[in-house]
Design a protein around this ligand. Structure first.
Ligand SMILES: [Zn+2]
Ligand SMILES: [Zn+2]
Length: 265
């Protein structure tokens, strides 16, 4: 099993060393892990800065690879914060940097933070959700340099009643539009199991959304815990794979050098 979404201290909301994550991965028998540290240009909060030194990141990653006994595969990635106005800046940021995978995630809507719910100020939740998928569509249209769309319905975490007011039927047109664009540009989605830790009924995205993605011809699905500490590494991944299998997926995906590799479930 692989965990393809996790953070280390290069993300400013984590204090975990890469070594501690790798040790945990070995202890629970994972085959490989991919570090996907946050890089969010113009993150819309003054509290935290989600940027890191690529050189220091590579140094620690390479030291880790050199010090590890055989048996655990280590991949390099980034979780890139996408906002509609950042396409050119994000493109420039990635220049000259090599990652195995780029996860593109939406953490801000309308230049407002999702995490602290400022994206809902003065509007209804319904409007907030529509704005979220609207920004997502603009990002996908204008920026192509990513492989996987991160926690596609991550907005569910930040609604006032968790995800009670969210279902595929209500937002199907927008969601289908996002998924179709991904399928046609050979990009994938991820099953992000962190939703379970945030008190949601299921992981991201809803199984109904995964089903729709498959119906539209989507085959690229990575799986990750989005853990920010060793404690949650690998969390829920077995269940996620079982759900994918129930939905008819025969493979999940990892990436090396930005190319998908399909792993039998
Ligand atoms: Zn994220
Ligand atoms: Zn993450």
């Amino acid at each position: 099993m692989y965990d393809f979404h996790l953070h280390s201290h290069f993300s400013n909301d984590s204090t975990a060393s890469m070594q501690s994550m790798a040790e945990k991965a070995r202890s629970i028998g994972l085959k490989g892990i991919c570090f996907t540290d946050h890089y969010d240009l113009e993150y819309q909060s003054t509290e935290i800065n989600f940027e890191f030194s690529y050189d220091e990141y590579l140094d620690e990653l390479n030291n880790l690879k050199a010090s590890l006994p055989e048996g655990l595969e280590i991949y390099s990635g980034i979780e890139l914060g996408m906002q509609p106005h950042l396409s050119t800046k994000n493109e420039a940021l990635l220049k000259g940097k090599n990652f195995d995978i780029i996860i593109g995630s939406i953490h801000c809507v309308g230049k407002k933070d999702i995490y602290d719910r400022s994206f809902l100020e003065g509007i209804t939740e319904d409007e907030g959700i529509i704005n979220y998928f609207g920004d997502m569509l603009k990002c996908i249209d204008n920026f192509k340099n990513f492989d996987i769309l991160g926690h596609m319905d991550g907005i569910r975490r930040y609604l006032y009643n968790k995800d009670e007011s969210f279902s595929l039927d209500v937002y199907e047109e927008l969601i289908q539009s996002v998924l179709s664009k991904l399928v046609h540009s050979n990009k994938g989605i991820e099953v992000n199991t962190a939703g379970l830790r945030y008190g949601l009924s299921t992981f991201h995205p809803l199984p109904d959304i995964l089903k729709l993605y498959r119906t539209l011809g989507g085959e690229i699905v990575t799986v990750g815990s989005d853990s920010h500490s060793p404690e949650y590494l690998g969390y829920g991944i077995k269940n996620a794979l079982a759900t994918l299998s129930d939905l008819g997926f025969k493979y999940y995906t990892i990436y090396k050098d930005r190319k998908p590799i399909f792993i039998k479930i």
